[in-house]
Design a protein around this ligand. Structure first.
Ligand code: BEZ
Length: 278
């Protein structure tokens, strides 16, 4: 299981929010807008939405991260992104580096769409197809050598642009932009720190005494590929960046269940009036 510790996050994962600026620019938040930040973490990026004058709610499944976000003055709540229960409350949903942690994308997108007002926008970035492929492969080899099925403990969902576009459209979004691009990512410290911060589900599958050996093996395998001459580790990230709009119009928006209801007929024009027989 993956857990988040605010101190560990600040030391080894701060680059995640630091690299979120282009996504904020894509959102182009306007003062007064109601914004839901899905997976707000410790609120470092959420704070910039507040600074832009937005009325922001952040949700995260980590109670420790939510406490850290609240300490910044953010209205942060513990919630599961795959079970959002907001109803047309937001002008925009924002999410940075979170949606690849949830392997139920349809549940996430259904909840996000429900949370958005008609015409509301979704601006999100997640790991995309091929993200950390080298790291994943090295972890797979190390676990396989120990008779452990790495696929079974892989926590990540890294879709292609075509797959994610299709899902968005199925959920009633119009996709404005969707872009898959490699983003080699300099790590602030050793690869072992990254593994201990981000790859906990793989390591948890290994008996505790074996974990240092697994990290050392993965590190050795990846060093020629991911470590530069100056000693810096650069992870093989691939990003999927999306801007989409909730197509639902206010006029036909009496509630989610109404979407499947047939249009109401004018009085006197029922089945019989149309010549139908039962
Ligand atoms: C991320 O947080 O962006 C990330 C996490 C795990 C693997 C790849 C990317």
């Amino acid at each position: 299981m993956q857990t988040w510790n605010p101190e560990q996050y600040a030391t080894h994962a701060r680059f995640v929010s630091d690299l979120g600026q282009p996504l904020l620019e894509l959102l182009a938040p306007r003062a007064g807008e109601r914004v839901l930040d899905v997976g707000c973490g410790d609120g470092a990026l959420t704070e910039r939405l507040v600074a832009a004058g937005c009325r922001v709610v952040g949700i995260d499944n980590s109670a420790a991260q939510v406490r850290a976000a609240r300490a910044r003055g953010i209205d942060a709540r513990v919630a599961d992104a795959a079970a959002l229960d907001f109803d047309r409350e937001f002008d925009a949903v924002f999410s940075n580096a979170v949606l690849h942690w949830i392997t139920r994308p349809d549940a996430v997108l259904a909840g996000i769409r429900r949370a958005l007002a008609p015409g509301g926008r979704l601006v999100a970035e997640l790991g995309g197809h091929g993200c950390v492929a080298a790291v994943r492969e090295a972890l797979g080899i190390a676990l396989d050598r120990r008779g452990i099925d790495a696929e079974g403990c892989d926590p990540w969902y890294f879709p292609t642009a075509a797959e994610y576009r299709a899902r968005l459209e199925e959920h009633g979004f119009a996709v404005d932009t969707i872009e898959l691009f490699p983003r080699a990512t300099r790590l602030p410290s050793d690869l072992t720190d990254w593994l201990q911060t981000f790859a906990q589900p793989f390591l948890a599958a290994v008996p505790a005494p074996e974990r240092p050996a697994v990290c050392a093996e993965v590190r050795r395998r990846l060093e020629p590929q991911l470590r530069g001459g100056d000693g810096t580790w650069v992870a093989d990230y691939v990003r999927l960046r999306v801007a989409a709009r909730n197509l639902r119009r206010a006029a036909c928006d009496a509630g989610a269940s109404s979407e499947r209801r047939p249009p109401t007929r004018p009085p006197g024009r029922g089945a019989a009036a149309r010549g139908g027989a039962r």
